[in-house]
Write a protein that binds this ligand. Structure first.
Ligand code: NAD
Length: 480
């Protein structure tokens, strides 16, 4: 059985404990590889390696540093099929989705930040007749990057690419549920000639490895993507150590549909924004709010299309929804469906585990589920489910839908479907979310800030912000 290694100081190494965890293929419900059960000793070795690599990496000419990162991007593209296959096996997502979205976006992350690093400019401010100020931005040192399981390589590179491009060295931890693509990535880094110690990948559990990264005194910035509860623990640990923190957390995103929208586009995109990656995308629109005059028609068309979505083997070309990431997560999603029934909801379609024939007979599949008839303030409509489950609710007025949309503790993304230009802009300004999509979903320009408001996170990153997060600014004031 394949055994994943840590990547420390430029070498693929076993965990110091010698212990391994089982890595399960969720589509089959079977162990298919082993990953290091690392602990604080592995993090210590990684942090020492990262610290010693810092000086030469941060002082390397920008063009040379960028060329290594660009080479990694090229290698990701070269290995697209293998990486997409591995991500699909690790996480349960349709391989077609990994091939068309996750892996291309991973190489795009590397390329974007590699090239951005060559265009960073420093500011200067003239105090007329008195002084000139100039600002320098230098890499902060060793950064800790911790990523979740839902878009494994995409989010892993989203964390590490700006850190490396800024001149930081990194100790990173992918999710223990989906370690394979980060392992393959470490091999690509070696092939691309990334100097030893610049990136160190320590696999294992959040409470052991993640916590040790957050606590390590040498690591001065933490960039984390994951759940809000974990984010709170990380903030509580890192804040008293005065570490720089970027937290990209959960969401409960509204998808608002006005009667004047282009219905066909709203329907087909809403199917994607509800069920892509089995609904396991932080940006999925899990609360669909429909203007009352369109409500009955929308529900009927949406449910019909949902029933047509093929749930099955992630490696099958025709599959639209694969397996949920783990048995535990599947049980959590199913328990929310039970809760919705207790709260008075009607299951318009789905609502149960799906048994797939053949090799996937023991896999963790859940039917795409549409729930109607729930009030806005019930738990089903307030808590993140993170699965193929959406609720649909009617609204009567603009002010009412804004209040509904803003009623949760989260504020990650929102989508608005309307052909009324003024209304679109009005809503965009009143919705408390880090990104608002008007008549579209999941379009992403890497130059823009990204991240959530409220309990969806702090430290919106993207473009310059992401690069700057990993630097320290210093002002020099020169008397004229
Ligand atoms: P999680 O919080 O359970 O785990 C995320 C990572 O943190 C994993 O690598 C885990 O091992 C590690 N971790 C766990 N406990 C830790 C601790 N005490 N200290 C340090 N690290 C620890 O999240 P998950 O279940 O892997 O991912 C799903 C969540 O991520 C959802 O809530 C989803 O909305 C969110 N998410 C947010 C974004 C975003 O951009 N805002 C993107 C993707 C996913």
């Amino acid at each position: 059985m394949e055994q994943i290694s840590n990547y420390v100081n430029g070498q693929l190494v076993a965990p110091i404990s010698g212990s391994y965890l089982e890595n399960i293929n969720p589509a089959e419900g079977k162990v298919y590889s082993l990953l290091p059960d690392s602990d604080e000793r592995d993090v210590e070795t990684a942090a020492v390696a990262a610290q010693s690599a810092f000086q030469s990496w941060s002082q390397m000419p920008l063009a040379k540093r960028a060329s290594i990162l660009l080479k990694i991007a090229d290698l990701i593209d070269r290995d697209l099929e293998l990486l997409a296959f591995s991500e699909s096996v690790d996480q349960g997502k349709p391989m077609k989705l990994a091939e068309s979205v996750d892996i291309p976006r991973a190489s795009a992350n590397m390329r974007f930040f590699a090239t951005a690093s060559m265009h960073m400019a420093a500011e200067s401010h003239l105090m007329e007749g008195e002084a000139i100020n100039y600002t320098t931005r230098t890499p902060i040192g060793v950064a800790g990057c911790i990523s979740p399981w839902n878009l494994p390589l995409y989010l892993f590179t989203w964390k590490i690419a700006p850190a490396l491009a800024s001149g930081c060295t990194v100790v990173a931890k992918p999710s223990e549920l989906t370690p394979m693509t980060a392992f393959l990535f470490s091999k690509l880094c070696m092939e691309a000639g990334l100097p030893a110690g610049v990136l160190n990948i320590v696999h294992g559990l959040g409470k052991k490895v993640g916590q040790a990264i957050v606590e390590h005194p040498v690591i001065s910035a933490i960039s984390f993507t994951g759940g809000t509860v974990t984010g709170k623990t990380i903030a509580a640990t890192a804040a008293p150590m005065f570490k720089k923190l970027s937290l990209e957390l959960g969401g409960k995103n509204p998808n608002i549909i006005f009667a004047d929208c282009d219905l066909e586009e709203a329907l087909s995109t809403s199917i994607n924004s509800s069920f892509s990656n089995q609904g396991e995308i932080c940006l999925c629109g899990s609360r669909i709010l429909v203007e009352r005059s369109l409500y009955d028609r929308f529900v009927s068309d949406f449910v019909k299309r949902t029933k047509d979505l093929a749930v099955g083997d992630p490696l099958d070309e025709t599959t639209r929804l694969g397996a949920l990431v783990s048995e535990g997560h599947m049980q959590k999603v199913l328990s929310y469906i039970e809760l919705a029934k207790q709260e008075g909801g009607t299951i318009a379609c789905g609502g149960e585990r799906v048994k797939v024939e053949g090799r996937c007979a023991s896999g963790y599949f859940v039917a795409p589920t549409v729930i109607t008839g729930l009030p806005q303030n019930c738990r089903t409509n307030q808590e993140e489910i993170f699965g193929p489950v959406v609720t649909i609710m009617p609204f009567d007025a603009e002010e009412e839908v804004i209040a509904f949309a803003n009623s949760t503790a989260y504020g990650l993304s929102a989508t608005v479907w309307t052909n009324n230009l003024k209304r679109a802009h009005r809503l965009a300004h009143q919705l408390k979310s880090g990104i608002i999509w008007i008549n579209c979903w999941l379009l992403r320009d890497l130059r823009t800030p990204f991240g959530g408001m409220k309990q969806s996170g702090v430290g919106r990153e993207g473009g310059w912000e992401a690069m700057r997060f990993f630097t320290e600014a210093k002002n020099v004031c020169v008397k004229l």
